[in-house]
Design a protein around this ligand. Sequence first.
Ligand code: ZN
Length: 254
Amino acid sequence: MPDELLQRLRSFHEHTFPGVQNQFQDLVREGQHPTILFIGCSDSRLVPYLLTGTGPGELFIVRNVGAFVPPHDGSPVSPQSLPDSPPRGQRVLAGYHGTAAAIEFAVLNLNVAHIVVCGHSHCGGIRALYEGVSPQATNLNAWLELGREATLPVQMSPEALRRTEQRAVVLQLERLMDYPMVRERVVAGTLALHGWHYVIEDGEVHVFDLKSGSFVPASNAEHSGTGPFRLHEIADDGHSIFNEIDSSYAGRGG
Ligand SMILES: [Zn+2]
């Protein structure tokens, strides 16, 4: 049986690499200086380089199920997931949080100017919030809690899934603002946050517009996401602007 993966590795080395060798060698000599942190779902149909027309050295990428952002302080997002845990803010749990580590590295070491959170249509992670997953998948079960708040109290339908996918993006942007190094830079105007929902079948990203609290197709959008923020758009008491927008957008009230 031919080893197809090995064939592909050889083909890259022999045929593809010579065409981009100089580019990669420059990137080794000068180091990487990506300006965009791309937080995307792991879905195989989401291809960040195609969407953004970028190449080697341009995107610092972290991907996970659902394009979720864990809390910076490591606290559980839902009380029921750890019944005896102390309230948020009373502890900091550093640990094996790969996505959180990537965010810290991208902001503190690479000084990225943009953070994109990119969800997508037909997301299996979002669907799993309604359908559940195998009890064997203990990590996945815990991970999905990062999107729980985005779910709607309705029967699952294509429309409900689409709205949940978009609400989940906003929820992650909100959680990003709890990262001190993110918040500082957003307030200073040196870091912009972008919320995207990629519609696979249309090949179009819908970008989150902070003013209208809605997702706008890129073909009609005036900007590529929520950012760049301006200082007056940040509420005095922290990240409440996201809560307000999310509430009005989602119709959650309060
Ligand atoms: Zn997905």
